[in-house]
Design a protein around this ligand. Structure first.
Ligand SMILES: C[S@@+](CC[C@H](N)C(=O)[O-])C[C@H]1O[C@@H](n2cnc3c(N)ncnc32)[C@H](O)[C@@H]1O
Length: 196
């Protein structure tokens, strides 16, 4: 087994321990189905963090962080990851909220806010990289204008030479086809990396 593989196995064990403990404290049955089994999400959620770490980045934002798995893996890899997610859905508390609050109480920086309200609380150039994991979708914006405003704000908070790791959705594809994997935005500030 390679050293890299062994390191990831150790991280997986520690990730499982964090979530076992967190899931003991919350009502797991109320979580959306895909998050009830946290172990199943490890491979998927560790991919972008391993990639960002290998690319030499340190400070990242997980935009629409859901269960917070990227935040936990990121911290275990020595990265500084902030998660952001909305605390309400359709006028009711978001189903992820108890989980996100439990992670927050353990020191994981998770910002609970509606990102349709601008500007966001982050400073210019704050992040080396941003994870957009199925989070540029129709839950977020209903118009081309909303989409463009969001990209503008994402650009503002990413430093020059940073990357966005994107898992595109159908909605994203319809809104913009101008980027290809590995290209930069128009100002050459941010590298766009599709689903790693
Ligand atoms: C499809 S889920 C993806 C979650 C996570 N990235 C993953 O892949 O497991 C979309 C996420 O966006 C969050 N979200 C939706 N609208 C939002 C908004 N206006 N501001 C912040 N987060 C939002 C949802 O609460 C949810 O966690």
């Amino acid at each position: 087994m390679t050293t890299r593989r062994r390191k990831l196995d150790r991280i997986k064990n520690r990730y499982n321990n964090v979530f076992k403990d967190v899931y003991d404290k919350i009502d797991v049955e109320k979580l959306p189905k895909k998050y009830r089994d946290f172990e199943n999400n490890f491979k998927r959620l560790s991919d972008p963090m391993v990639k960002a770490s290998n690319d030499g980045y340190k400070v990242g934002l997980d935009f629409g962080c859901g269960m917070g798995g990227c935040c936990v893996v990121g911290h275990l890899l020595g990265l500084e990851i902030t998660g952001i997610d909305i605390p309400e859905a359709d006028g009711k508390p978001s189903p992820y909220l108890p989980l996100q609050e439990e992670l927050k109480s353990r020191g994981y920086p998770i910002v609970l806010t509606d990102t349709n309200e601008y500007p966001w609380e982050f400073s210019d150039d704050q992040f080396d990289f941003i994870i957009l994991y199925f989070s540029l979708n129709k839950e977020f914006m209903h118009s081309k204008l909303g989409f463009e405003r969001r990209l503008e704000e994402l650009l503002r908070i990413t430093r020059k030479g940073g990357s966005w790791y994107i898992w595109p959705t159908m909605h994203f594809n319809l809104m913009t086809r101008k980027h290809e994997d590995g290209t930069f935005d128009e100002d050459g500030k941010v590298k766009i990396v599709f689903g790693v």
